[in-house]
Design a protein around this ligand. Structure first.
Ligand SMILES: Cc1cc2nc3c(=O)[nH]c(=O)nc-3n(C[C@H](O)[C@H](O)[C@H](O)COP(=O)(O)O)c2cc1C
Length: 161
């Protein structure tokens, strides 16, 4: 069972998760815009950040390429963990990954700069995740990473010879 970690990250929150997943799976990690040849990989862990309540645009474009693969999603967002906003965004990723088998998923808050919060508040003051964004400061933290590692171990168990 060969695994690959693919991620999209602008401000490194999701990258931190990708590094933990790569370590846990003993797998290579590659940015989503450089992920080309998936042949030879049975399991793909795909990480993304939330934009517009779903996966970021580069990830949205990539998701249909996962057909036939067993997939684990991990994501960061300004919304709080286990919010319906977070759940709906993960569901959107699943809908776009037509023909993939979703083995599991994990998401947690990711710090949103004050500048981004101010820009979003101006453009889209009713963004449902905005009230949660200040509490995302300092995330992902060690506890988020520990929960992620647990989730990936459950979804992609180590095969024993
Ligand atoms: C333009 C923009 C739009 C965003 N839209 C959302 C959103 O719809 N929902 C949400 O929960 N967080 C949203 N966020 C917050 C980011 O998803 C969050 O900070 C994430 O951790 C960034 O990940 P990264 O550091 O890997 O780029 C947005 C951030 C930016 C910059």
């Amino acid at each position: 069972m060969k695994s690959l970690v693919i991620f999209s990250s602008q401000t490194n929150n999701t990258r931190k998760l990708a590094e933990a997943v790569a370590m846990e799976l003993d797998a290579e990690m590659v940015p989503v815009d450089q992920a080309e040849d998936l042949a030879g990989y049975d399991r793909i862990a795909l990480g993304f950040w939330f934009k517009g309540g779903g996966p970021d645009p580069a990830t949205q474009e990539f998701l249909p390429k996962l057909a036939g693969k067993t997939v684990f999603f991990f994501a960061t967002h300004g919304a709080s963990a286990n919010s319906s906003h977070a759940k709906n965004g993960l569901d959107k990723a699943g809908e776009l990954a037509v023909g993939a088998v979703i083995a599991g998923s994990f998401s947690c808050p990711g710090e949103v700069s004050a500048k981004v919060q101010a820009t979003v508040a101006e453009k889209n003051p009713k963004a449902p995740w905005l009230p949660d964004a200040p509490a995302a400061a300092g995330h992902p933290d060690a506890n988020d990473i520990a929960l992620l590692r647990q989730a990936i171990r459950t979804a992609f168990p180590r095969s024993h010879p």
